[in-house]
Design a protein around this ligand. Structure first.
Ligand code: ATP
Ligand code: MG
Length: 457
């Protein structure tokens, strides 16, 4: 295999020498420069794969050097070395596209890992083994993505159901896109210019929920200081989205049933019957039929709600949608976080495809967002994804109380984790609290297999 080339630009002769020795021993071809100008010159003649750049140089400002280096970027990655007091510069450097930064004194293991990542990044930027985003496609808010057979069926249902005003029940696990579907039905309907009002039935309790939905008359209960119109009145000819409909209290279910049967209702404390033309779309992640069997959800209401049913399958049952979703969600993240991620390494895509997704598309979006935040690059690499997916058993175990007698090592691991979580994974602070050096902490993290995936929720 072709030996990789590394260019080191640093004005500290002794550091330069020891790095050169260390990296040559590791099999790299190493070039050195003591000044910015020499470095820029060598960048052209030596054509390194990775550049290690000290941000403080005698002849030129480090950020300018970085900009110059970036001009003929060609996939090479720049690792910045800085002292702690250069924090502002570091932030600027990261914004300008340095791929890593390392603080002095240099932890050689940290540097080696950074070089490994930088090389991989260079390859991914140019290699074919990555999912590339088509730059001409822009992110459109509210789109439902999917090309699996079940999703195509759902698109058909949305089309059909948006034409008529029947009540729809959308069933699916958390994060599968139920609300997105409800909105799509409304915005494709002839009533799209009328309001779409969403209400989460689990978020509000008892009388307050009743008043939210149906309104109340002044003085009907403590706190009802003025007459208030409810969602059914406000929605007019539009749509009401009843999210988590399973959580409607039993007493209120009768009132909702009456509305579905007769389009009539009264405000809380009111006597006059009011009418509303609003369409109802309800969603649930619980099994309503089972609730009917258990006697906690009215059977007649269930039938009224489920005139049409859309069942949204969990993501793990439509894994062929994952690449398309990744592409779409990255575009969404780019647009919302002002990022410009262009590729996801194929290995990362495979990892995402193999995961079980208990939190479905929402969880996929969260993981991608966290990966996007954690990287400065235009590529999402798989070792960024690995710790985010984590192991389920680890998380479960962490939540439990200490079960029985632990070994000293287990106690140490638990304690390190506790401090890490306390310090929000700030490694510097963690070292300070634990009274150990950074290399020691790194070694222990490795030894115990501690990664950010073990973070407490
Ligand atoms: N097919 C899809 N295409 C694009 N984005 C999707 C898709 N499905 C879900 N999402 C996104 O995932 C997130 C969760 O979707 P949504 O809120 O509609 O799920 P939900 O089923 O209502 O979840 P919950 O039961 O937890 O309320 C949203 O950000 C949504 O935009
Ligand atoms: Mg929802």
């Amino acid at each position: 295999m072709k030996r990789r080339k590394i260019l080191i630009i640093d004005d500290e002769q002794s550091l330069l020498e020891s790095l050169e020795m260390f990296l040559s021993e590791k099999g790299y071809v190493v070039g050195c420069a003591l000044t910015a100008n020499e470095g820029l010159e060598k960048n052209r003649s030596f054509e390194p794969d990775v550049i290690i750049l000290d941000i403080r140089l005698p002849d030129m400002d480090g950020l300018e050097v970085l900009q110059e280096l970036r001009k003929n970027y060609k996939g090479k990655s720049v690792i910045i070395i800085t002292a702690f007091h250069d924090m502002d510069t570091t932030i600027k450097a990261m914004k300008q596209g340095a791929c890593e930064y390392i603080t002095k004194p240099i932890d050689i293991e940290e540097l080696e890992e950074a070089i490994g990542r930088a090389l991989k990044l260079g390859r991914s930027m140019h290699g074919a083994d990555a999912l590339s985003l088509d730059p001409s496609l822009t992110y459109e808010k509210g789109k439902i993505k999917g090309k699996s057979r079940v999703m195509k069926e759902i698109f058909k249902s949305i089309g059909m159901l948006s034409e008529n005003g029947v009540t729809v029940l959308i069933e699916g696990e958390t994060g599968t896109g139920k609300e997105l579907i409800a909105r799509a039905i409304h915005y494709h309907s002839p009533y799209k210019d009328h309001p779409l009002l969403a209400i989460n039935c689990s978020a509000i309790v008892g009388t307050l929920l009743e008043s939210e939905l149906f309104g109340h008359e002044k003085g009907s209960f403590t706190g009802a200081i003025a007459t208030k119109r409810g969602k059914f009145e406000l929605a007019g000819d539009g749509t009401i989205f009843l999210d988590e409909v399973s959580e409607i209290p039993f007493e209120l279910q009768a009132k909702l049933l009456r509305f579905l049967q007769e389009k009539e209702f009264e405000r809380v404390g009111g006597e006059k019957s009011l009418k509303s033309n609003a369409r109802i779309i309800a969603a649930t992640n619980k099994d309503l039929r089972q609730m009917v069997k258990n006697g906690i959800f009215r059977e007649d209401l269930y039938y009224r709600l489920s005139v049409a049913i859309i069942k949204v399958p969990p993501l793990r049952e439509r894994k062929s949608d994952i690449p398309l979703l990744i592409e779409y969600l990255i575009k969404k993240i780019n647009s919302e976080l002002h990022r410009s991620i262009r590729k996801v390494e194929e290995k990362a895509v495979n990892q995402l495809k193999n995961y079980d997704w208990p939190g479905n598309v929402r969880e996929l979006e969260n993981i991608l967002t966290r990966a996007a935040i954690a990287t400065q690059d235009e590529v999402i690499l798989d070792d960024l994804i690995t710790p985010l997916l984590g192991k389920k058993e680890d998380k479960d175990r962490l939540k439990q109380d200490v079960p029985n007698i632990l070994s000293l090592q287990e106690v140490e691991k638990e304690h390190i984790l506790r401090v890490l979580n306390h310090a929000r994974w700030h490694l510097g602070k963690t070292c300070e609290l634990l009274g150990i050096s950074r290399p020691t902490l790194r070694q222990k993290l490795k030894e115990y297999g501690i990664s950010p995936a073990l973070q407490m929720p």
